[in-house]
Design a protein around this ligand. Structure first.
Ligand code: SAM
Ligand code: TMP
Length: 345
């Protein structure tokens, strides 16, 4: 998956560009304050976060196995190692650059099955007082918003404070802070430090307690989630059938990895959703996995506008709806399916 042609470019969203600029500035203000600090980012992609660090002249290294996106970052003057992060890579980085004050990973830990090797690498790489900060889609939000499309082949883990707390302890670390994030449909940023190195903020105990009260890890809670997912499927299939029968045109917006789950689980065909538009050149003129919906450039959206647009990139809803305001002004309607199926006009 993570090779030269890996098609996901993080910088395609202005909201995400701002999010990562703020993240970098937070590290610069709060963590990278010693003499000659050093930050390593796993899955640095096209340099969306590290470009702010590089501009500030702070020592950094992206560890990014996907050659195409890594090259994009390098072209902006960002230092990137085209490798998978694991124990051996971490040892080599430590030998060449010395210890890191911060290791950061966004939307990357959820893709990596081999946490043992990751934590062995963190142990080798971090300074005694250093932190490992990572953010990923939050199980609590997935359940709350019935966003079952976060569950797809590339997503190996669905973290919660409870699971991260247990994972950290297993490897001699502690969960010392959590922060809720609104991006990508609701995430949590977890901060881990070596056991005993930092006091945990009250937010950690609060989120652990909230998850316990909700029964987030109980069978009943997940069974309710499964039932709600079934309702979304039934309603989305019924809506697409009706629109087809009415002769309305529907296209998909955003050939997201998430959409593969929705399209295949609901059995959506090119007959119902004619094509999917996406700004990513590497996805255009291909087809979606399984169902083979054609993927077209973003310009195809307006030529001519469909009656309905099924928003597969719902996590970027605000940004996309603002950008495509003419679609709605001309009578176009958005179809959303999380937390429930609805038409927005
Ligand atoms: N951090 C960016 C963001 O949040 O937009 C990119 C996230 S992208 C979904 C996941 C990235 O992790 C990809 O660029 C992929 O190449 C990278 N990746 C996958 N396995 C990795 C590993 N073992 N070490 C470092 N990066 C990895
Ligand atoms: P993501 O939900 O994993 O970030 O993927 C978003 C997908 O949607 C990605 O393929 C790019 C695409 N996209 C657009 O086509 N137009 C947009 O305005 C945005 C923000 C994303």
């Amino acid at each position: 998956m993570f090779h030269t042609d890996y098609p996901y470019f993080s910088s395609g969203s202005s909201v995400m560009r701002e999010h990562f600029e703020n993240t970098a500035n937070k590290f610069l203000e709060q963590e990278l304050i010693g003499s000659d600090p050093f930050i390593v980012e796993l899955g640095s992609n096209d340099g969306i976060m590290l470009r702010t660090i590089a501009k500030a002249g702070v020592r950094h290294l992206g560890v990014e196995p996907s050659g195409g996106v890594a090259e994009h970052a390098r072209a902006q003057g960002i230092n990137v190692l085209t490798e998978f992060f694991e124990a051996t890579t971490a040892a080599a980085v430590r030998a060449e650059y010395g210890p890191a004050d911060v290791v950061y990973a966004a939307n990357t830990m959820c893709h990596i099955p081999y946490v043992d090797s990751i934590f062995a690498g963190l142990d080798a790489l971090l300074t005694p007082g250093g932190v490992f900060v990572f953010e990923d889609p939050y199980l609590g939000e997935i359940v709350e918003r019935t966003s079952f499309d976060q569950i797809y082949d590339e997503h190996f883990y669905f973290f919660s404070a409870t699971s991260v707390d247990a994972m950290a302890r297993r490897f001699g670390f502690e969960l010392v802070d959590v922060q809720r994030l609104t991006v990508h449909g609701g995430e949590v940023r977890y901060t881990l430090a070596r056991a005993g190195a930092r006091a945990a903020t009250p937010a950690v105990a609060e989120l652990l307690a909230e998850e316990s009260v909700r029964g987030l890890h109980d069978r009943d809670c997940l069974a309710r989630f499964a039932a709600e997912v079934g309702v979304v499927r039934t309603e989305l299939i019924a809506l697409l059938h009706k629109l087809k029968a009415d002769g309305a045109t529907v296209v998909g917006y955003g050939a997201t990895a998430k959409s593969a789950t929705v399209i295949n689980y609901c059995g959506i065909t090119p007959d119902q959703v004619r094509y999917v538009v996406d700004t990513t050149p590497a996805k255009q003129h291909r087809v979606t996995p399984g169902a083979h919906l054609p993927v077209r450039p973003a310009e195809a959206f307006a030529a001519p506008y469909p009656d309905y647009a099924l928003l597969f990139a719902w996590n970027h809803a605000e940004e996309i709806m603002a950008k495509e305001s003419e679609f709605r002004a001309g009578g176009g309607k958005w179809i959303l399916y999380t937390p429930n199926v609805r038409v927005v006009d």
